[in-house]
Design a protein around this ligand. Sequence first.
Ligand SMILES: [Zn+2]
Length: 207
Amino acid sequence: MLISRLRSFFCTALLFSLFIGLGDIHAAAFNTVVIDPGHGGRDDGASRGDVKEKDLNLKVAKKLSILLKAEGFNVVMTRDTDKSLSLDDRAFIANKYKDSIFVSIHFNAAASGLEYVKGVETFYASGEGQKIANEVHKQMLQKMGVKDRKVKRGNYKVLEKTESAAILVECGFISNSYERKRCASSWYQSLCASSIAEGVKNYRKKK
Ligand SMILES: [Zn+2]
């Protein structure tokens, strides 16, 4: 009886360690980056004048896609046109790719009266996501000359519903007139894309 209990304990322990091990292998073997340009279609996201967040997100996402493909990553975009997509749809697309990480791209806006607020911030929902967020955020601070609003845990549905390691990057505040001009420019969007790509590459190197 004792032996069979011991055997069952060791079997459970072995299965558990195999499970944990497989999780690690998954994270280590990721080859796909699911890029999620936030909002789209009927949902502009933040907007000020003719600057709409959904457009900026898509522009950065397309630039990021080119850079990551050049590095040999398989890239999946949750949308590559101006179309509406629910948060569930986005997570559903991401969850088809087991060897993936997930990068959601957004721009920020503060409430009226808080136009001075600016900077970049990167969110994660899991431990592995935090590692990616740290790498990406470090590159953004180094390359973009922006205020550091830190890496934070975020209760975003799209992060929580995505099974793979996931981050959400807020690339700047379009409610701040200085940042709005930068965010709407192609050179700044390229800088966002190259910072994210460099962070993803560095994360892969450390796996
Ligand atoms: Zn957004």
